[in-house]
Each structure stands twice: as structure tokens, then as C-alpha cells.
Design a protein around this ligand. Structure first.
Ligand code: FAD
Ligand code: MLT
Ligand code: ZN
Length: 482
């Protein structure tokens, strides 16, 4: 610990008490590694304020003592965004104690949740008030509202409701100079210049610490049905989605997975079983919902929409979950892909988007190009086809040494994939953010105007560079990774 850190931690303890400063290494350690186990950092203490005033005190003191902070919620980042630097220069600022729901209004369809509220708890609170917060993802048991807002998270319901940004009606945050920005009022119209709330959304903690968010709620579901469909190709999957969308606006999820993702789940996740009798090259999970109890039941709707596709061969096989338990089993397969992939060995992961109509062809051509360029590896994509966003993973050749793969091969594979994405007019980060994993790639591939603007905004709000250093974009250009 540096003398400046020592003085800073002492000052925080004096101002906020012992509960706000965690120093036991056993309590700190789990929060120093990312979910995928790719990044390992150090932090001499974890700061855990109980309220917005406490966050403001910490940020002000950090500025005075020139100590960088790494905001952290559930630590489920897929890009090493919440992992502190490994030189111990920064302190983790955990928002997990700030887990109150300040206000929930069913009449206004709004909820004000503190940054540390876990997504699953927010779901439960909304349901108990007869409403629903629609955004969901596999990490809902750990991911927090602050982290979801800071990454503009997506998930499996984006098709109908959009990403976090679309569901955020206001943000409260402590800015890098310690001042509190209160944007929680959820005004429908507000044109007082730059939209600070939405500048903070997706900023990954580089422009300030989000302390609370006003979120939009939607009506509760009266009924839902989940279908599991087998088909020949991503293009057939998109054709099916387009056909269904012509008939109904109530398709919430349309998640694509290849044979190998299903196989990985069945191999590594206990209690899972294949939904269809015969294996298929590609699979789609489709969820349809009804909010009006008098509406056509979603299961009937799905049956009606899938029957012609089965008849004309667009769909090879399909099953509609016969019960809520079976629907949950289908979702468990989908939500376990990341865990199954993690257990499958070294891979280079990419979270990419291209225009929706171009994605099926992109997936097939990019996978073939990768397999040819890197013999022995295997590329495939899964995820949010209806959003034009898939997780395009390139698995190392069987028996590959993990350390060598991550140091030498994976960066080359990643540059290859990102070049293809960029040539297709796409994004190298559709929903996970940049964090530390993609910072050099963002700097390599961003048009100069975009990069200059990102740097200028960061420098203007945080001239000392104390907010989540080393993440998203650096103030000065970095050397490209070898
Ligand atoms: P953390 O991981 O703690 O932090 C994420 C980033 O936000 C970091 O840069 C951190 O510094 C910053 N941050 C955290 N809290 C604050 C705050 N209060 N103020 C300012 N900055 C803050 N993501 C998707 O988008 N879609 C998915 O479908 C999806 N599925 C996932 C499935 C699994 C199994 C896992 C492990 C992850 C998945 N993710 C997904 C990634 C991850 O869950 C999201 O990025 C999520 O938003 C992170 O929330 P968190 O609370 O864990 O944030
Ligand atoms: C998902 O959609 O499952 C996630 O975003 C996580 C992943 O990339 O594996
Ligand atoms: Zn995803």
C-alpha cells in the first residue's frame, strides 16, 4: 500500500466508519478476479459506502489523495471491467451495500433502485407490485442495477424492450469531482443541453459512480410460452423470426444456438437434457407472452406460427414447453451457455454485432474464414440473433496450452474476427462493453473522430484519470497488443 493510499483509507474510515472499509484479504480476494478467470487484480482495501453521501465523500477524498477507484457491482463483467489493475494502484469501490429500492410506483410504471440492487431482486419487487422489469440475462442473480446501467447491458429481452438505455428514465451519480448529479426525476421531456444521464449509461464507471437509477416498468405477464426449434441455418432462423414478427408483436426472445453450444451445456451443466428427440445443426429458443388474459394464449400463438414453417420445411422440428417447469428447463439451457463454454477450455470470445439482416451470412462466412486461417480451432456464434448480436467464440485446438493460447494465439484470432466485423460495418462490443479486454482493439479500430471525442469527454470530466483507470479508453494512445 502506498502512503497516499494509507492516508486515503484512514480518511475514509474517519468519515464513514469501519463498515465502509474492508481490509481482510479473505473478504477482498473474491472481488479481484473476473467471472471468466481471465483477469486478476490487486486492491489494498474494498470501500463499501452505504449511501450516496458516502460515495461522494469517497470520491472527493480520492481526488484529494490522487487515488484511483474501480467501481464494482456484481463483478459479472465479461470484459474485465470491474477488475482493478494488477499493480494495486487503485481501490475497488463496491456499491453492493447500496441495495435499497427507494420508490416503486405501479401507477407511474417507475422504480427508483440503488446501484447495488441485484437484478433478480428488482424483478421480484416489480412483480410483487403487479409490474415487471423486462430486461433479464443469465447473470441476473448477481448483476446489479449500477453495473447493468454502467455497461448498458442487453440480454435476452432486447428484441422487444431494448437495452438498459431504453429502460432508464433517470440516473443519480457522483461525478469525478465529488458533486452529485441528480437526474432521477424521470422527466418525459428535458432538453437542458447534453443528456448527462445517458452519458453515464455505458460509460463503464469512467465518468462517475452511478448511485441510483429510475427504471421503467411494463405490465405483468398473464401467460407465456417457450418453444424450442431445430433448423438448418442462421438464415432459416432469421427468416422464421421475420415471418413471426409480421403476425405478432409479442415475441420477446429469439435466441439462436448452434449444435455445439447445446452439446457443451448437456456435457457440463448437470440436470439438463436435449429438448428435441433428434439433434439439429441449429436451435432457436422463442418466448411469446400475453399481458391481456383474454388474448390468444401464447402457446396457441406459437403453434399457429410454427405449423406452416414445419409444413414447408423451414423448421425441422419444434416443441413448445408443456409446462412452466419445461419452459424454465429450456431457459436454463440458454442461460447456461456461458458457464458451459467456460468449462469447455480456452477460447477467444467476441461480443459482436452487424446489421441484423447481414448476421446469418456473416456468422457462416466468418466461422469458415476463422477455421481456415487458424487450423485446429473451431468458431461458432450464439445469442441474440434478432438484435444482430452474437457471441462469436473461437475455441482453441483440442489439447492447446491455455497460457500459450491466451498470450499468443487468441489475440491474433481476435484481431482477425474484429477486422471482419469492422469491414462489415459492425461493432466489436455489442453489449458487454470495452473494459480492459477490448481497449486496445477499440483504439486500433475506431475512426479517429470517435476516439478523439471519447478521450475529450473522459478528460473533461475526470482530468486526474481516477475513475476506473485502464478501462474503455485511455487518455493517451496505447501501443497495440503484440
Ligand atoms: P460489474 O461487473 O461489477 O461492473 C461492470 C462495469 O460497470 C465495470 O466497468 C464497473 O467498473 C462498472 N460499474 C459497476 N457498477 C457501477 C456503478 N455503480 N457506477 C459506475 N460504474 C459501475 N451482459 C449482457 O449485456 N447481456 C447478457 O446476456 C449477459 N449475460 C451474462 C451471463 C453471464 C453468466 C455472465 C457472468 C455475464 C453476463 N453478462 C451479460 C455480462 C454482465 O452480467 C453485465 O455486463 C452486467 O451489466 C454487469 O453487472 P455487474 O453488476 O456485475 O457489474
Ligand atoms: C449471453 O448472452 O449468454 C452472454 O452475453 C454471455 C456470453 O457472452 O457468454
Ligand atoms: Zn449476450
Amino acid at each position: 500500500m502506498t502512503p497516499a493510499q494509507d492516508r486515503f483509507i484512514h480518511a475514509v474510515r474517519m468519515a464513514l466508519g469501519d463498515k465502509a472499509v474492508i481490509t481482510d484479504p479473505a473478504d477482498i480476494d473474491p472481488w479481484l478476479h473476473d467471472w471468466r478467470g481471465r483477469y486478476h487484480g490487486r486492491s489494498p482495501a474494498i470501500l463499501a459506502p452505504a449511501d450516496t453521501a458516502g460515495v461522494a465523500t469517497i470520491v472527493t477524498l480520492a481526488g484529494e489523495h490522487h487515488v484511483p477507484l474501480v467501481p464494482q457491482g456484481g463483478n459479472t463483467s465479461m470484459v474485465g471491467g470491474a477488475t482493478p489493475p494488477d499493480d494495486g494502484s487503485a481501490l475497488v469501490l463496491s456499491l453492493r451495500r447500496m441495495n435499497r429500492i427507494r420508490r416503486l410506483s405501479a401507477e407511474e410504471n417507475l422504480v427508483v433502485a440503488e446501484a447495488g440492487v441485484i437484478l433478480a431482486d428488482l424483478h421480484a419487487a416489480a412483480l410483487s407490485a403487479g409490474r415487471r422489469f423486462p430486461l433479464t440475462l443469465g447473470s441476473r442473480g448477481s448483476a446489479t442495477i449500477g453495473g447493468l446501467a454502467a455497461t448498458n447491458a442487453g440480454g435476452t429481452q432486447v428484441l422487444r424492450f431494448g437495452t438498459m438505455r431504453a429502460l432508464i428514465a433517470g440516473v443519480e451519480a457522483v461525478l469525478p469531482d465529488g458533486q452529485v448529479h441528480d437526474g432521477l426525476s424521470a422527466l418525459k421531456k428535458d432538453n437542458r443541453g447534453y443528456d448527462l444521464d445517458h452519458l453515464l449509461v455505458g460509460a463503464e464507471g469512467t465518468l462517475g459512480i452511478i448511485t441510483a437509477v429510475t427504471l421503467r416498468l411494463v405490465p405483468q405477464i398473464a401467460a407465456r410460452a417457450v418453444a424450442w426449434v431445430g433448423l438448418a441455418s442462421p438464415q432459416d432462423a432469421l427468416t422464421l423470426l421475420r415471418r413471426m414478427e409480421v403476425t405478432t408483436q409479442t415475441i420477446e426472445s429469439f435466441e439462436l444456438l448452434p449444435h455445439e453450444s447445446l452439446a457443451a451445456v448437456l456435457r457440463h451443466i448437470p440436470g439438463t437434457r436435449a429438448p428435441l428427440g433428434q439433434d439439429q445443426p441449429w436451435h432457436v429458443l422463442i418466448e411469446a407472452v400475453a399481458t391481456d388474459p383474454a388474448a390468444e394464449p401464447p402457446a396457441v400463438l406459437l403453434e399457429r406460427l410454427l405449423a406452416p414453417a414445419l409444413a414447408d420445411g423451414l423448421v425441422a422440428d419444434a416443441v413448445i414447453g408443456a409446462s412452466e417447469t419445461q419452459a424454465e428447463e429450456f431457459w436454463r439451457i440458454r442461460d447456461s451457455i456461458s458457464a458451459a463454454e467456460r468449462a469447455s477450455g480456452p477460447a477467444a470470445q467476441h461480443d459482436i454485432s452487424v446489421p441484423v439482416a447481414a448476421m446469418p451470412r456473416f456468422m457462416v462466412e466468418a466461422a469458415a474464414a476463422c477455421d481456415a486461417a487458424f487450423p485446429g480451432t473451431h468458431a461458432s456464434g450464439y445469442g441474440h440473433l434478432g438484435d444482430g448480436n452474437v457471441h462469436f467464440h473461437v475455441r482453441a485446438a483440442p489439447g492447446a496450452d491455455a497460457a500459450y493460447w491466451y498470450a499468443e494465439d487468441a489475440p491474433r484470432v481476435t484481431r482477425f474476427v474484429h477486422d471482419l466485423v469492422t469491414a462489415a460495418g459492425g461493432s466489436i462490443s455489442a453489449e458487454h462493453g470495452i473494459g480492459q479486454m477490448k481497449r486496445a482493439e477499440l483504439e486500433r479500430l475506431s475512426p479517429p473522430a470517435r476516439l478523439a471525442a471519447l478521450r475529450a469527454i473522459r478528460a473533461a470530466l475526470d482530468p486526474q484519470g481516477l475513475m476506473n483507470p485502464g478501462k474503455l479508453v485511455t487518455l493517451a494512445p496505447v501501443a497495440p497488443t503484440p
